[in-house]
Design a protein around this ligand. Sequence first.
Ligand code: ADP
Length: 249
Amino acid sequence: SNTPSALLEARDLEIAFGGVKAADGVSLTVNDGEFVAIIGPNGSGKTTFLNICTGYLKPTRGTVRLAGRDITRLQPRAIARQGIARAFQIPQLFTDHTLIDNLMLSIAARRGIWQALTPLDRPAYRDEAMDLLQLLGLETHANALTGTLPEGQRKLADITLAFALNPKLLVLDEPTSGVSSIERFEIMETLMHAARQRGLSALFVEHDMDIVEKYADRVVVWSSGTIMAEGSPAEVLKDPRVLESVVGV
Ligand code: ADP
């Protein structure tokens, strides 16, 4: 049988800021190859959860495991090496370098500091970077300065950097915020296709319910530091409690 295999397992996470519990006993599993969307109102603790899973915040209770290994107390860099890559809302690109140079630096950094000193003359890095650019549909922009890319391409470029870490799980905080609705679908289509091709799992915060419906295998609804509902988009997005809490109808 095809029993799903747990990749990320967060158990009973707790963290508070000045008396407000941003995570209040949160448990969530992401299986191998699964795309999980997180939805919920502002301030409900979605980003806090991503911050705990990627090592930027340490919970006062609970554990995070990746492929069975406890990563709760690891630093963000170590967690990235274990296989969780986070694409930030604010792009991490060097805007005065070309896209391919940015990617080669990222690939070199993954391999260690010595390689990172002289990455740009290494054909193997260039080949790997070009493969990634093709995967994300950015090959025609390889030699563009990243600062000159239009917003949609910049978002994809940032996601390409996350792919360069060779992760098992992609963590994305509103990957399509700030771009037009048509472009949102193009970005998600490209991103999700690339993730499927590489066999990656994805955990993403998203405000656009059309995107959630189309691209999430499962949706998890946050409310005041807890999970109030969870299931397939078809089930969850018709739940009146969810509609009231998240969509505001
Ligand atoms: P969301 O991503 O759902 O909008 P957040 O995780 O950003 O929610 O925030 C959840 C709660 O925790 C909010 O009340 C927020 O003000 C608080 N919070 C988050 N991060 C911090 C922090 N580093 N310091 C203090 N309060 C924080």
